[in-house]
Design a protein around this ligand. Structure first.
Ligand SMILES: Nc1ncnc2c1ncn2[C@@H]1O[C@H](COP(=O)(O)OP(=O)(O)OP(=O)(O)O)[C@@H](O)[C@H]1O
Ligand SMILES: [Mg+2]
Length: 469
């Protein structure tokens, strides 16, 4: 694995090399080209004037050409050579030895063409120009001028060395900034990675310190949110395991105590034995109810792929009411209902039955003797609404957020006495959620629970994809 730092610096190095090469090459070549152009125009102009003036001379020689040069003020050339048609030198001033190209260029000029050369050797610009001397269409000789320019070369050398200094400074500044920047970024990535390792090792309470508001901070915030959820899930799991153990332990301990009493007490009369065995049976039944509810919940949690079918909610509600009527009668509780026809949802009959049965059962169990329960079923534009309202004790505001939590009971003694395990509403909540609905609790005279479930129409596809995913 290539470290991020190596990748970053390799990229930066390539970028810097390209940039600095451009910075070092481009200005120098372009200013050199400008000098070449300038040289060509100035030297060709002077050569042309000289050639025209020399064409007027009858017999050009060292003295007369020198006079013309002086009159025209053409000075400062390294070499000035004038030849006749045969190439014989008529005039010369030599500041330096002849370059290789001189003779060739003079011959080219004698054939009627001009030749310009210019080169930069790092110390000076050496420019030469050869031009024919023509009089009335006939070539009578040629002029060759060679100029050496050190001043401009020095300027270019200066610029070059300044660019080099700037380049070095750029490299140093960029490197320093890159080291600081990469260290900060890498330290933050390293912090994130070590936080992840800590959480992966099981410490869900760990949170990252976030500073700033860039993408890495966002990542840190996301990580903290994820860890918070993990933490909450883990706490919930632990509490669930401990609650479940506790729920199962209590009836088991009673059974143990009752059976021990029977075994140890040889002289126990039949009536008492019968009473004890009945109690053992009741405890066993409570255990069975609790385990069945736990299994229902785990099925709903697992999101096992059940195929939803159209369920007539009214029919399910009537079935639940029939089953619960005896319980209501025992406590002189009046069951009233207003059930609209044609309320169909995509769910399973079992889930719908669990929802409605648990709600009406609670409304009876936690009601006052002689009270009443009202069940209403109606269709809205998108949802069907199921409301179960009672005239019982209701639920205090501070407990209302917890009633869908597993094993949560508001009045523990009362609930236990009523045979409750604290799982009924959790099953309601899980089942409603599984079918895309919502559930709400509020107090009126007693408790009001309202459930909204999507109507069958147009929901089929959504439900399939929900549960299939
Ligand atoms: N209609 C109600 N009126 C007042 N309190 C209620 C009502 N319904 C539920 N509660 C309170 O909410 C708690 C949770 O209800 P839930 O149905 O989940 O459990 P339970 O009835 O105790 O046991 P289970 O339903 O598993 O037999 C109950 O213990 C009770 O204190
Ligand atoms: Mg209940």
């Amino acid at each position: 694995m290539k470290s991020l730092r190596v990748q970053f610096f390799s990229f930066l190095a390539v970028l810097l090399i390209v940039l600095l090469l451009m910075l070092n090459i481009f200005p120098i070549t372009s200013s050199r080209d400008t000098v070449f152009q300038e040289k060509e125009s100035s030297i060709s102009g002077q050569a042309a004037i000289l050639a025209t003036s020399l064409a007027k001379l009858d017999k050009p020689d060292q003295a007369s050409v020198g006079e013309v040069l002086r009159l025209l003020n053409i000075t400062g050339f390294e070499r000035t050579v004038v030849v006749d048609t045969r190439g014989q030198t008529l005039y010369y001033t030599y500041g330096t030895s002849a370059p290789e190209s001189e003779e060739k260029d003079l011959n080219t000029a004698l054939s009627g063409k001009t030749v310009f050369r210019s080169k930069y050797d790092g110390e000076s610009f050496l420019s030469s120009y050869a031009i024919p001397i023509s009089c009335q269409g006939a070539i009578t000789g040629a002029v060759y001028l060679l100029e050496r320019d050190v001043v401009r070369a020095v300027i270019i050398l200066d610029v070059q060395s300044q660019i080099r200094i700037i380049s070095v400074m750029i490299i140093l500044v960029v490197l320093a900034l890159a080291v600081v920047f990469s260290s900060v970024i890498l330290r933050r990535i390293h912090d994130l990675a070590s936080s992840m390792r800590i959480v992966a090792a099981g410490d869900y309470s760990h949170r990252m310190q976030i500073s700033g508001s860039d993408e890495l901070s966002d990542l840190g915030n996301e990580f903290n949110t994820l860890t918070e959820r993990l933490d909450a899930t883990e706490r919930e799991r632990r509490r669930f395991v401990s609650d479940a153990s506790h729920e199962l332990k209590t009836p088991l301990a009673s059974i143990r105590l009752l059976s021990d009493s029977i075994v140890q007490n040889e002289n126990m009369d039949t009536e008492t034995v019968r009473e004890f065995v009945t109690d053992i049976g009741n405890e066993a039944e409570r255990l069975q109810r609790t385990t069945e509810k736990l299994l229902d919940l785990s099925r709903l949690d697992d999101d096992i792929q059940v195929i939803p079918e159209p369920v007539d909610v009214k029919q399910v509600a009537v079935d639940a009411l029939v089953l619960l009527r005896p319980l209501a009668k025992e406590r002189q509780i009046r069951l009233r209902c207003e059930l609209e026809e044609g309320c169909v949802v995509m769910a399973t009959v079992d889930d719908m039955f669990h929802i409605i049965f648990n709600l009406i059962e609670n409304a009876i169990k936690y009601n006052l003797d002689g009270g009443s329960v009202f069940v209403r079923l109606e269709t809205g534009p998108e949802n069907i609404m199921l409301t179960v309202e009672d005239t019982g004790v209701g639920i205090p505001e501070e407990d209302r957020y917890n009633i869908f939590t597993r094993f949560y009971r508001v009045d523990k003694a009362r609930s236990r006495e009523a045979g409750g395990s604290g799982l009924g509403l959790s099953i309601v909540h899980a089942a409603v959620k599984a079918h895309g609905g919502t559930v709400q609790a509020r107090n009126n005279c007693g408790l009001v629970i309202e459930i909204a479930l999507p109507c069958e129409e147009g929901e089929e596809d959504e439900q399939n994809s929900d549960r299939g995913g």
